[in-house]
Design a protein around this ligand. Structure first.
Ligand SMILES: *Cc1c(COP(=O)(O)O)cnc(C)c1O
Length: 379
């Protein structure tokens, strides 16, 4: 772990609650599921779970059963959906913990039914249909049979089919026809579920869908990235009147400052050489901490209100910035990589690295301490 004075991810839980509340107001009467998988996209899962509940969020979403178990272990007893488990995982602890489970085929259904019998209770499931993403939904051809089997298990008291759901391919890019096609496919799948005597809630939208595809909101939307204040696409949130605030600010102290002469090479491989005398600053974060090596010689950071370019390759534990020839910055001065009011954003980093803002925040490494603020309600 890096000392928190030297570098940290500052996580503003008040901003997180603000974003969730703004999204909840936009999508109402649909409800919001706060997606806190992958350590809440790097923001700290349990802190975000508590903050989401404090903001009145009724549903939490995780991927793994271990994530669900950790949320329950923290004392959370609200609605919680987990949607990925392998063929050898024991589902009984999740059923015992009142964790809703995503189910996409007969084998999973049978395993949930067995777990319900083990626990002596009714398991809560959400049937997932593949409407075009080709990941883990049930193919349309097998969907009516899955619905029939689930209805039978429901009548037997083994399961309650709480929801029918699917996931978008490209709700951030409405120029593709995929979103409209998926909506049609989803509505048809819901109709088939109803014909099998199921009465599920429906959920389809992720952040981009929730923001810009109103007809995809149904009873529930599953929101991850937007809740962390990172836009799911090109200014989608602002265009829909949702002013998102970045939740994570990645910062460090300058740990070295030195004047170098023209012709000085910087970092491994000498990919940058100073064209003139300048002052270099050393930032104690590297690709081990999730700073993408692809950002070498491309991204900028903020130091004392100025944008300073990264020079040379990003190393495992550190990188060098060009503070400029007249720089008077000192060791100990604050560097903000992203998430500050006048710094680059996670989206800016994503753009120069050819990736998405999701990856920039989620990859911040375990060595970087998370410092949560604003955890008190209203704080
Ligand atoms: C991660 C995930 C979400 C949240 O997506 P965002 O684009 O971050 O809002 C929703 N649903 C599923 C199935 C997911 O895996």
């Amino acid at each position: 772990m890096i000392d928190p004075a030297t570098a940290s991810a500052e996580v503003d839980l008040a901003a997180y609650r603000h974003n969730l509340t703004a999204i909840a107001e936009l999508v109402a009467p649909a409800e919001v599921m706060a997606v806190i998988k992958a350590d809440a996209y790097g923001h700290g899962m349990l802190a975000c779970a508590r903050a989401a509940r404090a903001a009145g969020i009724g549903w939490l979403g995780v991927v793994t059963l271990a994530e669900a178990s950790a949320v329950r272990g923290d004392g959370d007893s609200g609605r919680l959906l987990a949607w990925m488990f392998g063929p050898d995982e024991d589902l009984a602890p999740a059923v015992a913990d009142d964790v809703d489970l995503g189910v996409h085929d007969a084998d999973q259904l049978n395993r949930v039914v067995a777990a319900a019998a083990t626990c002596g209770k009714t398991a809560r499931i959400h049937l997932k249909v593949d409407t075009g993403l080709s990941r883990n939904g049930c193919p349309i051809a097998r969907w009516p049979a899955l619905c029939a089997a689930a209805a039978e298990a429901e009548q037997a008291g083994a399961v309650e089919v709480v929801g029918v759901w699917s996931h978008f391919i490209a709700s951030d890019d409405l120029e593709l026809s995929a979103t409209a096609d998926q909506l049609v496919c989803f509505e048809r799948a819901v109709e088939q579920a109803r014909q099998a005597d199921l009465e599920p809630i429906r959920h389809l939208a992720n952040s981009a869908g929730a923001l810009q595809v109103p007809e995809s909101r149904f009873e529930l939307v599953r929101v991850g990235i937007a809740s962390y204040g990172v836009d799911p696409g090109e200014e989608i949130a602002a265009a829909h009147g949702v002013p998102l605030k970045p939740v994570m600010r990645l910062r460090a102290q300058l740990v070295n400052v030195k004047r170098v002469g023209a012709g000085t090479a910087v970092s491994y491989g000498a990919t940058w050489t100073a064209p003139a005398d300048t002052v270099l600053g050393l930032v104690p974060l590297g690709y081990a901490d999730g700073v993408p090596r692809h950002a070498s010689n491309l991204a900028e950071v903020e130091v004392n209100g100025r944008r300073c370019p990264i020079r040379g390759r990003i190393c495992m534990d550190q990188f060098v910035v060009d503070l400029g020839p007249g720089a008077s910055d000192q060791v100990g001065d604050e560097v903000t990589l992203f998430g500050g009011s006048s710094s680059p954003s996670a989206e800016d980093w994503a753009e120069v690295c050819g990736t998405i803002g999701y990856e920039i925040v989620t990859r911040v490494g375990t060595r970087v301490p998370r410092n949560h603020r604003g955890g008190e309600q209203g704080g």
